[in-house]
Design a protein around this ligand. Structure first.
Ligand SMILES: [Zn+2]
Length: 137
């Protein structure tokens, strides 16, 4: 997704990383299954790395030969593997800088529902360093 229309009419842009008005979240019901999966997959990968069978591990996990041929570092492979799983279980949230509405992605990707803050204004609730209280706004 690159653009999202808020209920107020403002177009919210999603064309770069580190946006102060965007976040992703892992629904609580997905947290334990995700971290259990991380433990199992990390252990499985480490075993493959120790045994010198990373290429076979990648193919078994559904990666193509083209990916295997990239010969990425172990860290990059683990990053890609975990990040892909995280993206499949997480959802996005955007805060409209015009009206402060928070748009939450539904379980159906790229469909959102909006929530309006009591203040009716942008509160930077998704910023990396959100305001401590309302007086900071
Ligand atoms: Zn808005």
């Amino acid at each position: 997704m690159s653009k999202l229309a808020c209920t107020c009419g403002k177009i919210i842009s999603d064309v770069s990383d580190s946006l102060p008005y965007k976040a992703s979240f892992l629904p609580d019901v997905n947290c334990n299954p995700f971290f259990d999966w991380v433990i199992d997959e990390t252990q499985s990968f480490v075993t493959a790395a120790v045994n010198g069978s990373v290429d076979e591990w990648l193919l078994q996990k559904g990666y193509g030969q083209g990916y295997v041929d990239l010969k990425l570092s172990h860290g990059s492979i683990i990053h890609d593997h975990i990040h892909t799983k995280y993206l499949s279980l997480s959802r996005d949230i955007f805060e409209c800088k015009e009206c402060g509405r928070v748009l939450v992605e539904l379980s159906t990707k790229n469909q959102f529902t909006a929530y309006t803050p009591d203040s009716g204004s942008y509160n930077r609730v998704l910023d990396g360093e959100p305001p401590v209280d309302a007086e900071d706004l």
